[in-house]
Write a protein that binds this ligand. Structure first.
Ligand code: XIL
Length: 333
């Protein structure tokens, strides 16, 4: 087992009523690398599937589902006393080919989406803490994302329908709208705010907003983050940081890794005060999506590719320890 400094993150988070998590990589999780699984269960108290629960991963041929990986993840979490975030029911990416390449009527697509949501949410009823019901439905401009299969087939109504169907399938799951670059104040976060406010006002069962938090090492908490969090919480919604990683230009310098540690520390401190959870998009640089999707960048997670803790790990640890004052304020919430 690699060096894994005590105290572990989950043991610091739990007494503060906080959840610290990581996305799980299919290949690493189902392979024979014991470090990967040991570290997951030792450090985190919430897991999310990086890909396993996406429509295109679950269903490669019409109306059939392969639950092998997603079941294994949910079982592993239960064995180790961890919660699971479900990701994601309705997204414009990673859809099955059999869905996007067929001709459908509006009615067919509505039935297809209802069945998909009820099949997946129903299978894990009572075992998934929170679902990212709709992912990335708002464009950078703040309007609806129009390059989505669901938008094109069903119009904006698909969003409210998806939340209603998910709620019918598991009335106890916490239902989230999740998006990226809608964390501080900008046209996109205004659009997300307007969307979730309208859903809430129409009685749609939505309970939370997810901030993905794919950021760079210069990232810091700003007034805009506080203001956006406050207006969302005033709607009666909870917040979570759902996919955090902090990319560096590679090869990363020591100064960049320190700056990255500051980003993580500020995010954890902010999340302790305003969010139910902070979930990282992976935990080791060995399996991060960043180098593939952002060429020239990487080193985005708190453990390096050899599972050694980086300054970011210690910064998260320190932020979770906090000061006595911070812990007391948290206990009063
Ligand atoms: C990414 C995964 O990390 C990659 O492995 C996959 O190839 C593409 O999707 N926002 C999301 C996540 O909501 O589902 C994405 O995950 C990253 C951006």
């Amino acid at each position: 087992m690699s060096t894994n400094p005590s105290p572990h993150l989950r043991d610091l988070a739990a007494p503060r009523n906080f959840f610290i998590g990581a996305a799980v990589h299919t290949g690493a999780f189902s392979g024979d690398e014991s470090d990967y699984r040991d570290l997951l269960q030792r450090e985190f108290n919430v897991l999310v599937a990086e890909n396993m629960m996406k429509f295109g991963e679950l269903s490669r041929t019409p109306n059939t589902y392969d639950w092998t990986h997603s079941d294994a993840l949910v079982d592993f979490a239960a064995q180790h006393g961890m919660k699971v975030r479900g990701h994601t029911l309705v997204w414009h990416q990673q859809l099955p080919k059999w869905v996007t390449s067929s001709q459908w009527t509006t009615h067919d697509v509505q039935t297809l989406l209802e069945q998909h949501i009820k099949t997946v949410v129903g299978r894990y009823r009572g075992r998934i803490w929170a679902w990212d019901v709709v992912n990335e439905a708002i464009a950078d401009s703040g309007g609806y994302r129009t390059d989505s299969f669901w938008y094109q087939q069903l119009g904006p109504e698909y969003i409210a329908l998806a939340f209603r169907w998910a709620h019918e399938a598991d009335p106890n799951a916490i239902l989230y709208y999740n998006d990226y670059e809608a964390e501080a104040l900008n046209p996109k976060s205004d659009g997300v705010y307007a969307l979730v406010r309208d859903l809430k006002q129409s009685g749609v069962p939505i309970h939370g907003v997810g901030w993905q938090m794919h950021v760079g090492e210069g990232w810091r908490v700003s007034d805009g983050h506080h203001q956006n969090a406050a207006r969302l919480r005033e709607l009666g919604l909870e917040l979570a940081m759902t996919e955090m990683d902090v990319r560096c230009q590679t090869p990363a310098t020591a100064a960049q890794l320190e700056s990255q540690a500051t980003s993580y520390r500020e995010a954890v401190e902010f999340a302790l005060a305003t969010c139910s959870a902070l979930v990282l998009w992976g935990f080791t640089d060995k399996y991060s999506w960043i180098p593939r999707f952002r060429p020239g960048y990487g080193a985005a997670l708190p453990f390096d590719a050899a599972y050694q803790p980086k300054p970011a790990y210690y910064a998260i640890q320190q932020a979770l320890v906090g000061t006595d004052e911070a812990a007391q304020a948290q206990a009063k919430d």
